[in-house]
Write a protein that binds this ligand. Sequence first.
Ligand code: 5RP
Length: 293
Amino acid sequence: MADLEGIKVAHNYYKDVPFANNQPFYVKGANHLDWGMKKHLSNIFDENSGNTVMFAFDHGYFMGSAAGLERLDLVVPKLLPNIDVLMGTRGALRSCVPAQGRKGIALRVTSGSSMLDEDLSHEVLAVDIEDVIRMNADCMAIQTFIGAEGQLSSLDNLSKAVNLGVRYSIPTMGVVAVGKQMERTDRFFKLATRIVAELGANIIKTYYCENFEEVVSACPVPIVVAGGKKLPEKEALELAYQSISQGARGVDMGRNIFQSENPVEMSAAVRKIVHEGFTDKEAYEFYQDMIHQ
Ligand code: 5RP
């Protein structure tokens, strides 16, 4: 409470000035959400570009120590200057990632499969909302398996997370999985992204595909594109550029950053595309200039 010395009498009411805080919120489909949800979304999507660079290192939840992630404690900290959001498991964050810093947190909250499984589509909602809150998560990442055996249980996980997220004002990110029987076509991604958005996800993570602009148009919330398997840096930057230029509001890259020969430089080049309007060619030149300095 302020002290009572030097109190001035209020007198300037700007009676002719309209109320200022009446602009639509800049994240797609979020206008009717409450303040807390919007605050979390603003920790994910940059207000100027509207976009985000998520660094995904949650692979261990079913892959164990993936190549390039053998030492999370060494990999993650050096990338922090170039990323906006850390996408990881609670185990990885708590054990290996410094708590200080203002990065958004996309918390992987489903689990239950491993690389030993024939069918990876059976997961549970593993992290309870109290621990999501403890982790200060800005969104909960839920794997969804449209068209797979685990479709029903994955959409049940998603719905449970959305219910809890609405109750505690924490956004949900639906992750659209692709697998053996799920074709990487715009037909599949239009179906999957729209189902996940209709069930209440506030963000969708999926893959780039042909006619991606139509996938974006049909989805009422922002889409973030997963990097997928490791590509040559030039091709990965082209993927990032195609995604952003066709309406993705960010990328969620893992392997194309942590399996690069130069993860720090690669993440910086991706950032140029996502936030500074670089083309893939400009970003690749930037990348090469950095590694040949
Ligand atoms: C791993 C994931 C990753 O978050 C997602 O696939 C992005 O990582 P990458 O760019 O390596 O595909 O869901 O389980």
